[in-house]
Unconditional design. Structure first.
Length: 255
């Protein structure tokens, strides 16, 4: 697992405070695709439980797996009692039981690509559903976005995670749908977008940036100076486009 993948634990409380949660429309999208009640689910890289709550609060028995102990401790403060927690990376999970749904919320890119889909399929019951969802939070005002890019330029060219398989952003099907389409383990691959807009204060926006791995791996002095310069160019309130892209696939039923 990369250094960026393990950079979140020290920021668990900030992650919980500043990262946005997930809307009910996303739950509806996943369950409509499943076509049957989702009773038990496994979450990969649960973080502080933002997506855990989306499913658990709607009656799904969720097993939330997360390798970082600080993140998992924060998660346990916020989830309902039908959530079981496991401290483990995806690669350390064993298919002792299978689930109707396995999902990853802004965490799949941290998993090892070698054998990813055979391991994923082994955790799903026949006919079960895999879902991955997430997406960058982008400033809606191009002038503000340009000002932030200029402010952070001495420290960071981009704060986004590049496509793990090199899929260009203009291609219709994005990762991980591209990998799922090539996989022998899954079928009926779909890509859907849940549109979302957010508004927060400038300070909250910088708080959100403080949870992004590209900033977390900077030296502390460079990170603090980057945030100071970004804060200086922001309006009091910032508007953002935070669309969620979901990829859905199914493990074929037996027979």
């Amino acid at each position: 697992m990369s250094g960026r993948a393990l950079s979140f634990g020290s920021m668990a409380e900030a992650y919980e405070r500043f990262r946005p949660g997930y809307p009910a429309q996303l739950f509806d999208l996943v369950t409509a695709y499943a076509g049957r009640p989702v009773r038990h689910a496994l979450e990969i890289g649960a973080g502080t439980g933002k997506a855990t709550r989306l499913f658990a609060e709607r009656g799904v028995a969720v097993t939330a797996s997360e390798p970082d102990g600080a993140m998992l401790a924060e998660l346990r403060k916020h989830v309902p009692p039908n959530v079981r927690t496991v401290q483990a990376a995806f690669e350390g999970l064993r298919p002792d039981e299978t689930y109707g749904l396995v999902y990853a919320a802004a965490s799949l890119h941290w998993t090892d690509p070698d054998g990813r889909w055979s391991r994923m399929a082994a955790l799903l019951e026949p006919g079960g559903v895999f879902a991955a969802f997430g997406g960058p939070v982008r400033l809606s005002d191009p002038e503000v976005e340009d000002a932030v890019i200029t402010a952070r330029a001495p420290f960071l060219e981009s704060d986004e995670v590049p496509s793990p398989d090199g899929t260009p952003p203009e291609q219709a099907m994005q990762w991980p749908g591209t990998e799922l389409q090539r996989s022998e383990w899954f079928t009926d691959v779909q890509q859907c977008v849940v549109e979302r807009s957010l508004t927060m204060s400038a300070r909250e926006y910088v708080g959100l940036l403080s949870t992004i791995s590209a900033y977390l791996v900077l030296p502390a002095s460079a990170r603090e100076e980057a945030f100071r310069r970004i804060m200086a160019v922001l309006p009091e309130r910032v508007e953002m486009t935070a669309d969620i892209t979901a990829h859905l696939a199914r493990r074929p039923p037996v027979g």
